[in-house]
Design a protein around this ligand. Structure first.
Ligand code: ZN
Length: 645
C-alpha cells in the first residue's frame, strides 16, 4: 500500500496500515472499535485548548468549503487553508506555533461569508426584522474573523517560549483566562495541593484566581460525556480484569476530575502489561502549555506486534545494566529500575493531539513519582515509522544532505533499524532513567522542562546506541549501524530540521530545540571529532571520530541529568538559549533552498483507517471490518458532518 496520499503547503498526508487487525478475535476487534470511537470523541477539546477561537474558525471555514462543494466551485486557497488548520487542530502551525496566513484575500472572504454563512440562513427567514437582526449579529463575528485571518499581530503565536516575556500573555493557547498573568499562575500552583494543574483552565473572577476543571458537568462537558459513552461500551470487551478497572477509573476521572483518580488509573494501567490491545486516552502531554502544567487531550489505540516486541524485550530486561553503566553522576542514577517495559505496537486509531500528526514513540505515565514507584509503559509505533520510512525512500533528502556517498549507503543499509532502536532506547530507557534530588520536580525548569527532558532521553539513546553491549544483545548488527545513526542525528539537528522553520525565526518546539541543542553542543565540544564542512557553497556535517562523539554525548548527558535532578533553572535556560534556540540566518537560508529544491514537504500527517460493524440478519454484530481512507478532506469533514454528530 502506497502510504502517500497527497501533499499541500508544507504537509504530506500519509496513511498507515494496521497489520494484525484482521487476525483479532471478535471481542478484541470490538474493543478496538469502541476505544477508537472514544479516541475520536474528544477532538473538539483539543481544538478549544489550542486557541479559544479555533472551533469558530473551523466552523466558518468548513461552512464555506461545504457551500463551495455543493456549488462545485471549490477555491484552492480556501481548501488549502482548511487542510492546514485540520492538520494543526487550529489556526496555529503544529510545529512552529505561528498563525497561518490565508492565501485568499479579505474581499474574497467577505463575499464567501455573505454567500455561504449569512445567506443560507437569511434566505429561509420570512420576517424582514429577524433577517436584519441575524445579519447584524454576523457582522461583529465577521470583524473578528477578519482580525483572526488577516491581522498578523492578532494572537500570532500559539505557544511562546520567548525569554523575558509573560509567557501566558504571549501565547494564544487557551489554558488561561485573558486577565491571568504568568506570575499569578505560578503563585497559584506554588502549593498544588487540592488543585488540578493538569486538567483545568485557570481564570480570574474579580481578583480571585480559580480553576475550571475539565470534567463531566465542568468545562468540556459535552465531548467528555461522549468519550465516557464510548469507554463504557469498550469496557465490556476489556481483555483483562485490570484493563476493565483502568477503563472504569478513567471514566470516574472524567466524571470527578480528581487528579488522584487519574493517578490511580495510571497505577493500574502501568501494571497491566503485555496487552494485545492497549490504549491511552486523557489529558496527558504538557508540551502546548508554555508553563508546562496543562495537558492537551489525546488518545491512541494500539495493537501489540508480537514478533517485534519479542526482539526488544531484551532492552527492557537489561534496563538496570544500562542505568548502572550510564555516565550520569551516581547520586542521580536510579538504584533500582522497575517495570520498564517496551512494546512495539501498530496504531489502530489516532485521536486528539496525536492526530493527524503523531509521535512515533510514547512513554507514560508522565508523573515522575509513579514512574519511580510503579515504572512506565513504553511503546514504539511501528506502523507509523514504517509509513514514514517508506515515504522517505523516494525523497532525495539523504543524498542532498549526507556528507558522502558512503554515508548515504550506510544510512540506506541501517537507517530504519537504527532509527527504530533510537526510539526504543529514548522511550524505554531514556525517559525512565535517572533520579530527582529529593523535593525537586520537573516544574522547576518551567518553560525549559520539556526541552531538557527530551534532550536527556535522546542523549541516553545516542550514548548507548554505540555501546558494544547493543551488538552483544543482538539489537544492532554492528557498531557501524550506530555510527550511521550519529551521522543522521547530527545532520538532522544542525541542518535538515531547519527546513521546518520559517526563515529568520528561532527554534521553539521542544524536540527541535533538543536536537539542535545536542548537535550544536557536541559540535562545539568535540575537539574536531565532528566538523562542519563547506563544499560548493553547501554545508555538511562530517564525523571523523565516532568514539569521541560518543564520549561527548556522555558528558552532555551527565550535565543534563544534573540540571534535571537539581532543578537548576539557570543552567537549563543557559544551555537551551545558547545551543537550542538560535539559527544562523545564512545557513538557514541555504538549507531551506536546498530542501525546497527537492519538492518534499517537511511535515507529515496521517489519516486514520475506518472501522465498520458488520451485523447479521438478527442485528447482532458478527465482525468489524477495516478499510483504508484515501481522501484527507473527506475524512476531516466526516468528523463534523451532521451525520456523525
Ligand atoms: Zn521523548
Amino acid at each position: 500500500m502506497n502510504p502517500i496520499l497527497e501533499q499541500f503547503a508544507d504537509i504530506r498526508v500519509l496513511r498507515y496500515e494496521v497489520p494484525g487487525f484482521e487476525n483479532l478475535s471478535l471481542n478484541e476487534k470490538l474493543l478496538v472499535y469502541h476505544l477508537s470511537m472514544a479516541a475520536d470523541a474528544g477532538r473538539d477539546i483539543l481544538w478549544d485548548q489550542n486557541y479559544k477561537f479555533n472551533l469558530m474558525v473551523r466552523d466558518v471555514v468548513e461552512k464555506i468549503l461545504r457551500g463551495m462543494q455543493r456549488d462545485n466551485c471549490v477555491d484552492d486557497n480556501l481548501l488549502t487553508f482548511a487542510k492546514r488548520i485540520w492538520v494543526a487542530n487550529g489556526i496555529h502551525h503544529h510545529y512552529s506555533n505561528d498563525k497561518f496566513r490565508p492565501d485568499f484575500t479579505e474581499s474574497q472572504f467577505n463575499s464567501w461569508y455573505d454567500k455561504y454563512v449569512i445567506a443560507p440562513v437569511t434566505d429561509y427567514m420570512e420576517d424582514e426584522d429577524m433577517k436584519r437582526i441575524f445579519a447584524d449579529s454576523q457582522e461583529s463575528l465577521r470583524a473578528l474573523y477578519l482580525d483572526i485571518f488577516f491581522n498578523p499581530n492578532f494572537d500570532a503565536k500559539k505557544v511562546s517560549l520567548a525569554d523575558g516575556v509573560d509567557l501566558i500573555y504571549a501565547s494564544a493557547v487557551n489554558f488561561y483566562g485573558d486577565r491571568v498573568s504568568q506570575q499569578e499562575v505560578e503563585n497559584f500552583y506554588a502549593d498544588p495541593k487540592g488543585k488540578h494543574p493538569l486538567n483545568s483552565s485557570v481564570v480570574k473572577y474579580g481578583t480571585d484566581i480559580i480553576e475550571e476543571v475539565w470534567r463531566q458537568n465542568g468545562l468540556y462537558d459535552a465531548p467528555i460525556r461522549n468519550v465516557i459513552k464510548h469507554l463504557e461500551a469498550a469496557k465490556q470487551y476489556a481483555l483483562t480484569e485490570a484493563q476493565g478497572k483502568t477503563i472504569d477509573l478513567l471514566i470516574s476521572y472524567y466524571k470527578d476530575g480528581n487528579p488522584d483518580t487519574f493517578d490511580e488509573m495510571n497505577k493500574v494501567w502501568v501494571a497491566d502489561k503485555d496487552l494485545k490491545v492497549d490504549f491511552i486516552n486523557g489529558f496527558i502531554e504538557v508540551y502546548s502549555d508554555p508553563l508546562g502544567l496543562k495537558a492537551t487531550w489525546e488518545s491512541v489505540v494500539e495493537l501489540r506486534d508480537e514478533v517485534k516486541t519479542q526482539r526488544v524485550a531484551t532492552v527492557a530486561e537489561n534496563a538496570q545494566w544500562f542505568e548502572d553503566h550510564s555516565p550520569v553522576a551516581l547520586e542521580y542514577k536510579k538504584k533500582c529500575v522497575k517495570g520498564v517495559s517496551m512494546n512495539i505496537v501498530n496504531v489502530a486509531m489516532l485521536g486528539g493531539d496525536c492526530y493527524p500528526t503523531t509521535p512515533i514513540g510514547i512513554n507514560l505515565p508522565n508523573a515522575d513519582w509513579i514512574r519511580e514507584q510503579y515504572g512506565s509503559k513504553s511503546v514504539a509505533l511501528a506502523n507509523i515509522e514504517d509509513a514514514y520510512h517508506e515515504a522517505s525512500q523516494s525523497s532525495g533528502v539523504l543524498d542532498e544532505f549526507a556528507f558522502s556517498a558512503e554515508e548515504c549507503e550506510r544510512a540506506r543499509l541501517y537507517g530504519a533499524e537504527a532509527d527504530n532502536l533510537h526510539t526504543q532506547l529514548h522511550e524505554c530507557l531514556g525517559h525512565g532513567s535517572g533520579q530527582m534530588r529529593e523535593g525537586i520536580t520537573l516544574d522547576a525548569l518551567k518553560a525549559y522542562g520539556s526541552t531538557i527532558e527530551e534532550t536527556r532521553a535522546d542523549l541516553y539513546a545516542l550514548y548507548f546506541m554505540a555501546d558494544p553491549k547493543i551488538v552483544e544483545l543482538g539489537l544492532l548488527p554492528n557498531l557501524d549501524a550506530a555510527f550511521s545513526h550519529y551521522d543522521s542525528y547530527m545532520r538532522s539537528g544542525l541542518l535538515v530540521q531547519l527546513s521546518r522553520l520559517d526563515l529568520g525565526t528561532n527554534i521553539e518546539e521542544s524536540h527541535m530545540r533538543n536536537r539542535h541543542l545536542i548537535a550544536a553542543w557536541a559540535l562545539e565540544h568535540c575537539d574536531g571529532a565532528a566538523e562542519m564542512v563547506v563544499r560548493d557553497g553547501k554545508h555538511y556535517v562530517h564525523i571523523t571520530d565516532y568514539n569521541k562523539m560518543r564520549e561527548v554525548f556522555g558528558i552532555l548527558l551527565k550535565e543534563i541529568q544534573r540540571i534535571k535532578s537539581e532543578g537548576d533553572f539557570e543552567a537549563a535556560r543557559n544551555i537551551v538559549e545558547t545551543y537550542g534556540v538560535k539559527v544562523d540566518i545564512d545557513l538557514h537560508r541555504e538549507i531551506k533552498s536546498r530542501y525546497d529544491a527537492l519538492g518534499v514537504a517537511p511535515f507529515s500527517c496521517f489519516v486514520n483507517p475506518v472501522y465498520s460493524l458488520v451485523k447479521n440478519d438478527a442485528g447482532e454484530v458478527v465482525d468489524v471490518t477495516i478499510s483504508y481512507e484515501t481522501d484527507f478532506t473527506s475524512q476531516m469533514l466526516s468528523h463534523t458532518s451532521p451525520k456523525s454528530v
